[in-house]
Design a protein around this ligand. Structure first.
Ligand code: ADP
Ligand code: ADP
Ligand code: ZN
Length: 216
């Protein structure tokens, strides 16, 4: 059983690495960001609520995302393990996750903390392109698609996320340092936190993560 959390500032590579882990270990990626963007696209009540927060680079209320995660973790595909990407982002979310998992008799094996400096993040986020259909991320320079603006995997159209603009990026980085960094300390106390260097080629970072999964 492999229940993982990927944490790191926006642009650290959580989504990129999570999708590679899905392919290698056959366990689902649970990305609150992807779920919320999907809801915005559908125009559902959740999506209508989420859009303002996301455009500002602010976090949604804890109870909203906790509810989403609780429902998602009950689905049968999570039985063999899962990768949480972008959740928990506050200590209150981490505490709620603990309570949900206790009830299900599950626990987190590792929180993998992707460490990286703000300067690199800005370069990554301003060049990020995202598939409208499947959510896969690309980068115009660091990880370009085979055909311009077309997803390699599903042929969906690539677009620039509304929140990947310089002003919003700055707010999101601030939110990360203030609200999400304490989540790492929360798991450090439980001895489940493992830090990795997020700089380097995508494959090199992946190797660092699988080393932890396979060797602890
Ligand atoms: P990134 O990977 O670039 O940090 P995400 O796709 O994970 O961005 O999240 C995009 C936005 O969705 C966040 O800025 C926030 O508004 C909202 N969001 C995602 N996950 C959470 C969460 N766990 N709690 C609150 N808001 C969230
Ligand atoms: P997050 O989910 O943490 O916000 P992403 O996985 O979406 O981050 O990556 C942010 C951007 O950086 C994307 O454009 C992605 O293609 C690119 N990227 C991811 N990993 C690396 C890496 N190791 N080196 C260079 N660029 C990367
Ligand atoms: Zn796609």
């Amino acid at each position: 059983m492999m229940n993982l959390i990927l944490v790191g500032p926006p642009g650290s590579g959580k989504g990129t690495q999570a999708k590679m882990l899905v392919d290698k270990y056959n366990i689902p990626q649970i990305s609150t960001g992807d779920i919320l963007r999907e809801a915005v696209k559908e125009g559902s009540p959740l999506g209508k609520q989420a859009k303002d927060f996301m455009d500002k680079g602010a976090l949604l209320p804890d109870e909203v995302v906790i509810g989403i995660i609780e429902e998602r973790l009950k689905k049968p595909d999570c039985k063999g393990g899962f990768i949480l990407d972008g959740f928990p982002r506050t200590v209150a979310q981490a505490e709620a996750l603990g309570a949900i998992l206790d009830k299900m008799d599950l626990k987190i094996e590792y929180l993998i903390n992707i460490e990286i400096d703000d300067e690199e993040l800005l370069k990554r986020l301003t060049g990020r392109r995202t598939c409208r259909k499947c959510g896969k991320g690309y980068h115009v320079v660091f990880d370009p698609p085979k055909n311009k603006d077309v997803c390699n995997k599903c042929k969906g159209e690539l677009y620039q996320r509304d929140d990947d603009k310089e002003d919003t990026i700055k707010s999101r980085l601030k939110v990360y340092h203030q609200q999400t960094a304490p989540v790492v300390e929360f798991y450090q106390k439980k001895n489940t936190s493992r830090a990795i260097n997020g700089l380097g080629k995508i494959d090199e970072v992946f190797q660092r993560i699988t080393d932890i999964i396979e060797r602890g």
